[in-house]
Unconditional design. Sequence first.
Length: 222
Amino acid sequence: MKKVVLGLSGGMDSSTLAGYYLAKGYEVYPLIFTYGSKHNQYENKSAFKVVEALGLHPAKLVKLDFIKELFKSNLLQDQEEIPEGHYADSNMTKTVVPGRNSIFITIMAGYAESIGAEIIAAGVHAGDHHIYPDCRPEFINAMCKTILASSENKVHLEAPFLNYTKIDILKIGYAFATPFPYELTRTCYKDQELSCGKCGSCQERLEAFNLLGKPDPIEYEK
Ligand SMILES: [Zn+2]
């Protein structure tokens, strides 16, 4: 069986990405990164539930505590507040974690090479391009070349949702043969059990469900 390695955050994009490769007949090997973000403890729980619900290969938890210690971002614990407002607002740039995806992708590639997986996959999409430089096509294309070179062409980086909107991703999820467990996913950036519904990440998610005419099955803070 063909293998794919992906970073599973527990959010709707990376979870749908796992479903996308399952539907293509791949065995999915998820890595769950914990890097000291405010929402890590909650999203990691979601990620493990998604692994079980979709029947993925058992996930490996990758601890990257140095990110919280060394990098500056409002997304990280003990740093400034998560901004509220629309995802496209300029204050959302405060949630950029410098170099995060380059670190994740490099680790995924090393794992892929070690287990004989030819593909690593990133769940980045067009809605991320405006705010996050490490989700843009120029970054993904550069990383594709880097990973091919570092693995002597054994590992390929794919980002099948690169030019999709969050609504396009939801449409893929709702088109799977079995109902997709979006009720297990979590998107909120805040350090709290229930999703806030107010941060840029929650707003973008709610907007996608709304535009598709589907209720978001997760519970939000009143
Ligand atoms: Zn939120």
